[in-house]
Design a protein around this ligand. Sequence first.
Ligand code: URA
Length: 279
Amino acid sequence: MTYGATQQEMVSALQWYIDHGVTECLGDTPVNRFEIPAVVPAFAPVQTQSMEKRPLQEASQTFLGKSDAYDEAIKLAKQATSLEELAQIIAEFDGVALKKTASNMVFSDGFAQADIMIIGEAPAADEDRVGKPFVGASGQLLDRILKCIDLDRTAEEPKQSVYITNVLNWRPPGNRTPSQSEIEVSLPFIERHIQLAQPKILVLCGGVPAKALLGKSDGISRLRKKWHDYVPQTKGIGNAETPIPAIVTYHPENLLRTPVQKRLVWEDMLSLRKRHVSL
Ligand code: URA
């Protein structure tokens, strides 16, 4: 029975919602799914949790368009003169719509004066709940990996600690991959974050931070196994004359799914340690 839409159309509509990060369908009143309605609209609007918090019309008035948001992000990022100010500016910025669906902003963890700054993709569910990066299963794996090369985010000494953040400060719904425009609008903030933290080495975990910060379109397997010179992509942010050495490695989330890649990450960690001790 199709009620006006074919099964294929209904499956396609559902897949479309999933691809766009809709993980829950909420309404104001309970729905009896066993009741057969006269007509089932094939593409009935799905109400998400976020829309329940604030009507869509109001949201679209508040949140900025893509290029306006990017320009505004650059302007605001440049104004931050400390990490605290940057965190405050990001928290108040309405140009990334993910803010509407996230529970907490995720800024950083670890020791801000550490030699090494680790940059992941975006907060997942645990990070969104706690408000700190890499605190879930992949974060625990990251901590164990770092321990093997004598690094510890809780240490308060530049040589032994690490400073950790993500390209995005808000969780994409359903942990979907961030869109190109979400990455683009977040770039001025992460680049200012790097500039203010002044790390000596960058560790880029996964394809999203590697491509965004190195301005490359190559896949991660081509970006690994060599040292890159990180220079800021955003005009007016950072110092292009003093590049920061950057290494690309697999994201710990990948290792949870594909443990065989641990061997490759170990090679990356040995290269990182060699470079770090020689600083
Ligand atoms: N994945 C990331 O890229 N960052 C986090 O903080 C958690 C999971």
